[in-house]
Design a protein around this ligand. Sequence first.
Ligand code: FAD
Length: 123
Amino acid sequence: MGNDASPRDVREWLAAFSTRLGIEMRGLRGAPIPTGDDVLLHHSPNVWFVGDAAGLITDLGGGIHYAIESAALLADSLAGGEPYEDAMAQTVAEVTGMARSIELNYFMRCMQISRSGAEVPTV
Ligand SMILES: Cc1cc2nc3c(=O)[nH]c(=O)nc-3n(C[C@H](O)[C@H](O)[C@H](O)COP(=O)(O)OP(=O)(O)OC[C@H]3O[C@@H](n4cnc5c(N)ncnc54)[C@H](O)[C@@H]3O)c2cc1C
């Protein structure tokens, strides 16, 4: 499964995998954890996202810091402070940049492995 797999692709893959193991998948609670490549702060006029729900998590830096920071900045914004998206601009750039460098790092490691003649792992 490639990096561009959607949550539906992942669920279908997991269902097929479970079937092969003889397990019936009746339902799946939860969703793949975002990794900074799909940040959404402002969903609709009165709906904002913070933390994991906003996609503010990276494989490198975790997500607790971003969850606390985004919640504090949204609260501040709703209380009349700096607009949430503006206050978060630097953090979003950081998270998005980290996601890109992780993808690049994964690609480089795959190149190294394939040059070494070993099999590249697939998810
Ligand atoms: C295995 C694992 C290890 C991790 N390790 C680290 C680490 O070392 N360092 C780090 O920084 N980050 C780590 N993270 C990520 C970190 O836990 C999250 O980024 C952080 O907890 C996000 O906080 P949040 O408030 O956005 O979401 P959450 O902490 O997930 O809080 C969301 C809350 O909403 C509740 N909820 C969900 N749906 C509903 C509903 N319909 N009604 C009411 N309540 C609801 C949930 O029960 C939950 O309590 C790890 C995550 C995992 C899964």
